[in-house]
Design a binder for this molecule. Sequence first.
Ligand code: GAL
Length: 660
Amino acid sequence: MPKPQGPALSDATRGRLLFGGDYNPEQWPEEVWHEDVRLMKDAGVNSVTLGVFSWSRLEPEPGAREFGWLDRLMDLMHDSGIGVVLATPTSSPPPWMGRLHPDTLPVTEDGRTEWWGGRQHFSHSSATYRRYAAAITEDLAARYGGHPGLTMWHINNEYCTFDHGDEAAASFRRWLRERYGTLDALNEAWGTAFWSQGYDTWDGILPARQPHYMRNPSQVLDFRRFTSDMLLECFVAERDIVRRHTPHIPVTSNFMPLWFGQDAWRWAGEEDVVSVDLYPDPRDPLGAQDGALVQDMTRSQARGPWMLMEQAAGPVNWRGVNHPKPRGLNRLWSLQAVARGADAVCYFQWRQSRQGAEKFHSGMVSHAGEQGRTYQEVKQLGADLARIAPEVSGRHSTADVAVLHDWHAWWAGAQDGRLSHEVEHADVLRTWHRALWQAHLTTDFAHPEHDLTAYRLVVVPQLYLLTDAAIDNLLAYVRGGGTLVCGFLTGVADQDDRVREGGMDARLRELFGIRTLHEWWPLDPGEGVACEGFRGTLWSEELEADGTADETVAYKGGELDGLPAVLRKGGAWYVSTLPEPDALRDLLARIATGAGVRPVLDGLPEQIEAVRRGELLFVLNHGREPVTVEVPGTHRDLLTGADVTDRVTLGRYDAAILRP
Ligand code: GAL
């Protein structure tokens, strides 16, 4: 899929890797700005994001404009050779807006107003909010569109709000009218015959507010679709304003990692640059895999190089316990992002705040200042990125394996009345991706309706909802010679969350060699189910094979004794339980081998991650112990400049970037 023509990340990088972060100088006296510039230049910072939370500074009272401070900063940055990613400040409206216009404030599902005093207290449906947002965006674009320091637009910040208020109710009804046309069609799609929910007027429909008992799942699904679409409308409105002024400057809005609230496939199609914020827990032994998943997904959404808009140089401050990054980890995880396609490594934020809700969140310059370990490591990373940039920037990575993910399936599956609340779509996705990661197989992500023909192996951890078009796509993929592996609870519901006849689409049952899906058998936490050669967890299914499968693995003992747990028919596999991690890894490794997919390198130790980006081979040691890795041939290590023949030894959290 070629990316649509238009400005791209390469227009901002111009052959470099962007390095820098959110810069909030309005929190500091102006003399600190000059100190900032000195430290930035020393660290190789070439990009800052300005203005993310500056609305009350820019517009201290309705309609007023105070641009002088930003003028000085734009000039200062440009004169210092540092490009500016300029944000529209619309994620945190000034207090006057909520006070004068309570209609701009969002309302929770139980009717509580979200007040100012924090951030992101705006209603996506509020006409007043949208009017003010458009006005400040227009004026920013007019004032700075021609500034030579401007490299990119950053719209809003992590769109993530929900609104159940009256204005949102009215726009939900409008959205539903467009989707369904008639009330009959809506009643049919929502199955409102159940529990006497038939609607006789559009005005009777509410935006999934808190009811007495379980909600109508189709209504909730549509409300989630609507919310993603409304936020997207806000983004597009601002994007179009800045585009009108600067058609040559790329536009982005930063995603949260694997965030529930946005259909990121749809959103990515509206952005020039796809960017993401990523904060794996330094204490989590699987933090690196968490990072890899989000990086793979972002690269796939970007269909090429992408931007790591935010990460933390040290601790965050929003977990229960917030751990710093041990020496070397910040560099390692940054290089991991570059390995997986990032052309920008940026942080929240440049200088750690001394006031406000995030004063204990790290910055590139910590409270310890220039001599602090955090800044010293940032400086080393800046030098590394500058050194490798000419050989890395703009290169694409390719993968033979695609993992399918769809927000609509996630939303639909997350309903109140599901059979097991132990089954969380995101966790299942992580578990399957981890198995592939541990098997050293690089994966893209794809939407189930995307063209999959470029992949040798397509993996569906769980797609509870599949449209007819998606099912046709999967069938055509297998017919065309592809290998497909589907996990449990896939193909259960149609686009309205109506359970397909037989509990799984009949065409899929035929594909896998299943005659009847009798019952689902969810498992309790910690419970396992024995299967031939491994133990299943979380879920099991009472399946009756139709005798056409080429291979089956059976459940052993218990109610399902002898019934198929895994079936393969030609290139199509169905896995009706969640094998324990090692078993899932081994199963997927075996299937990949059968599909002609090879790991990045053979015989890699567990703590080593290897990724190819173009002809470069990134080798990353996620362990604290030194390891020697076999890398047949002679290569130049771009990080050290040294030649490496046949093996490379990596110290704790160290990396090599090998060019043949
Ligand atoms: C992000 C956000 C930043 C900052 C950061 C802290 O979600 O965009 O503004 O709050 O988290 O980790």
